[in-house]
Design a protein around this ligand. Sequence first.
Ligand code: MLT
Length: 394
Amino acid sequence: MKFNTNFKNIAESYLFSDIAHRVNAYTAAHPDKKVLRLGIGDVTLPLVPSVIEALHGAVDEMAHKETFKGYGPEQGYAFLKDSINGAYARKGVQLESDEIFISDGAKSDLGNILDLFDRDNTVLVPDPVYPVYVDTNTMAGRKIIFMDATAENGFLPMPDYSVDADIIYLCSPNNPTGAAYTKAQLKKWVDYALKKQAVILYDAAYECFVTDDSLARSVYQVEGAKKCAVEFCSFSKTAGFTGTRCGYTVVPKSIEADGLSANKMWLRRQTTKFNGVPYIVQKGAAAVFTEQGEREIKKNIAVYQENARIIAECMDELGIWYTGGKNSPYIWLKCPGGMGSWEFFDYLLDGAQVVGTPGAGFGKNGEGFFRLTAFGSREVTEEAVARIKKLLTE
Ligand code: MLT
């Protein structure tokens, strides 16, 4: 047996596992201290009533032989794919339902999609970025080129035609920086991908936070994208499914090369390696698209948007430079006093018992930056902000 030695090239533990480990060690050493967690982007509001009702209904269906469900279609039930398709149509995007594949979340599919691509592809990744893109490609031994996302380019790198890439990762609104591409900027990426015969793997997990009309909510709002882009989306941040697990991936039929179709390959891959998301969960997810469900999730999203505003206001008061917070649940700030990312992490944990995510964990350009999430409860966000202000002004 020979191990995949590419694992030697990634950090021993995943960023958020590493943080959880450090926070657990701190709480074990200081059991009397109340730690406030604004680190991992995990939602805190419960599932909305429409979803709960649909979940209960589906559980009851499983209790009767007339309505019981065994294996479902690996690519998802038509009722959910059609609902998602309807939501795309409302964004002005025309898809076919069999271009939509239901999964247990965007993170899994962002890694799994790499089954479609040969090892011999050059990958272009922004730095800083959600660590999954880099780690999964490093595991596969692929060559990765980084493009700098910095304060100078608003953390939104644009294509450089002197760079040849085959697989391009874009995440907008961005995790971790909160920066979001306009449709006009994305068009430049689509043009580049078409010219280079590359594929864009577009992570739209945070699209529900976009409020500004010039910004894209889907890559397919840009002409030409259906020929070169796969889009990943999730119910996690939109509808609180981080623990319930459901997402979807759009693989357009018009992405073809070497006599192969990405859509057919992905169907083949999923039917071979995946048995679908539980019926019960898919019923819950479909409830998100009912009129009532949509109203309810919007109320929850508004709570997180207000948290983002509260954190941003604190940064304004403290004179700390930041991006995000608008069109995004993340606030990406410059560590005060020239501190390094992990130094500020420890300073905040020790001094205020507030947990954030060190920017350096997202790439070298993240050094000296720090991410706070708006997904905490209103109370935790307010208390965290008060503690940060006290710590930094004393
Ligand atoms: C994050 O905090 O970056 C995300 O919650 C991680 C994820 O969605 O997997």
